[in-house]
Design a protein around this ligand. Sequence first.
Ligand SMILES: [Zn+2]
Length: 188
Amino acid sequence: MALSKLIRASIIIYLVFNAGSHVSLYTCLGFLSKPTKAEIHKIKQARNLFIVEPGVKEPGFFIQHSQCYNAWADPKKNLISISRPVINEFSVEELAGTLGHEYGHLIASSRSTPTGEQMREHWKIDIVGAELTGKKLALKANHRFASIHAELFKKTWTRFLLQLPYYRFREIKKKYEFRNEKLKELPD
Ligand SMILES: [Zn+2]
């Protein structure tokens, strides 16, 4: 009886631990704020690394206070949101590649490509982004996203203890690898 209780408690702890880690790594919930002066400076540095064709209206920028690593474009409001870990930890070049991709969503929307299609064929948005920033920065950003959790999952015990987040990480990594293969086909 005591043993079965112990097993049940272990399973519950395991599931709660995995679900909690999954939420903190991949669920991008959090309030939006205007970027601070330092954040605006970094966005400008990244933005200065590429040129956008005339006719594309510059978007507004927001910082999302979540733990995940991501950025989003909102074509209706002409906004780009960047999660806090991305603005804080990415290099200026990695941020430029990330912004290029988000501008890619804005441009694709202005060409009437539906959001569903943009997400299904995400690599095409990378290509639009790479046309702005150049292939090198687009690849840098994707490499960074693909390897974000690699450090965490390098140790066998993390792969074992955090199985749910680890499977999700592998799935995301595979998608980025596919997208990078497509980017590599572009001329230098
Ligand atoms: Zn995207």
